[in-house]
Write a new protein. Sequence first.
Length: 138
Amino acid sequence: MREWPFFWVLRINARYLQVMESVLKPVGLDVPRWRVLMVLYDGEHMSVSEIAEICVIKLNTTTKIIQRMVADGLVVTRPRASDGRVTEVTLTRAGVALRHRGWAEAEKVRERVYKGLDEAERKEMTEMLKGMFERLAD
């Protein structure tokens, strides 16, 4: 079992979520809202389905997260100009500020994980994981 790479992928993901929950909670975030904040960039509008796809979250779950974030004043929604059936989401000032605070905490976690690896090794690991993800999508 321990030689199976997905054993370690699952363990890394579970441990990462535990650590992220502990560092995000003091800044007022949970992991689902953190994930949404991370895909939204200052001034950029994304559809709810685009957010769900990037975050690898079910669409109905993403909708609920965004509804909570609207209620908390972190994001605003609007119909897409080219297709009113599509709901677009963007950060508010409060959302941008919280995103920056969350990012600062996430950077500390990233540095902890990558400790002892040089930039080439970090890049290689990221590319390997990206390739594995993409091959699973085929």
